[in-house]
Design a protein around this ligand. Sequence first.
Ligand code: HEM
Length: 239
Amino acid sequence: MLRKIGIVLLAAAGLLIVSIALGQGPRVPIPVDMAPGAERLFPDEAAVPEETAELMIASIAERHRGDPAMLRDAHPFAHGCVRGEFVVSSAQDLDPALYRHGVFAEPGRRYPVWIRFSNGSFQRKPDTEGDVRGMAIKLMGVPGDKIGPELQTQDFLLITNPTMPAGDPAEYLALFKAALAGEPMSYFLNGAPWNWKLGAFRTVIQIRGRAIPSMLNTRNWSAVHYRLSSPGHVDAPAG
Ligand code: HEM
């Protein structure tokens, strides 16, 4: 009898280990025929950000009910704002077809910048506690057409983690909904173990656990990819 229980427990443990190893999602499928440098829309890409924005606005209103001022949803608390100069690299070994676009086109070009360093958390808490931090760089005096109302600036947003927990807009919305309902684990451990989103969970733990002693000597990442060239231009080398 004891032997049978042992075998069942062992099998259950084995299944759990395999499931955890497989359940490293969310997995975002990329079509095999995607050309390097090409862009594609996610399913419901038009609707998902709209729903995300609506929920975000509702949650800010709820959080600040009765407050005279509303804070932004993410990165509301600044460590500080500094003024500086953004100097485009003059390195000769950069492939111009890949890298010399937009504000990076002219080697050695200088732009005045403002940089806002922030704590990502929407809750006020000691800066000694681990969490993601932001580095928002605003270049001034940038010519060219813009989609926003600020006609002479360009922003680069960076964070202190190389990746985001959720891999696409719908995944982010699902995580956001679970967090708003006060049940974030329902996003990570939803369904069968092999569908658990343990990759996302690991990223959150990694982000939350990392204390940042100083923003001035901490590496920052763009975390998501951006197109560096004109729309439709495919210039990344194959392979
Ligand atoms: C699902 C994707 C994301 C959502 C929904 C989101 C949401 C937000 C929101 C609501 C704000 C406050 C904006 C304001 O009221 O001024 C914000 C700020 C910020 N976000 Fe994100 N964000 C996303 C992705 C990213 C990524 C990929 C990065 C960079 C790698 C980033 C970096 C920042 C930074 C640095 C700020 C602070 C900007 C400042 O200091 O003015 N975010 N984000």
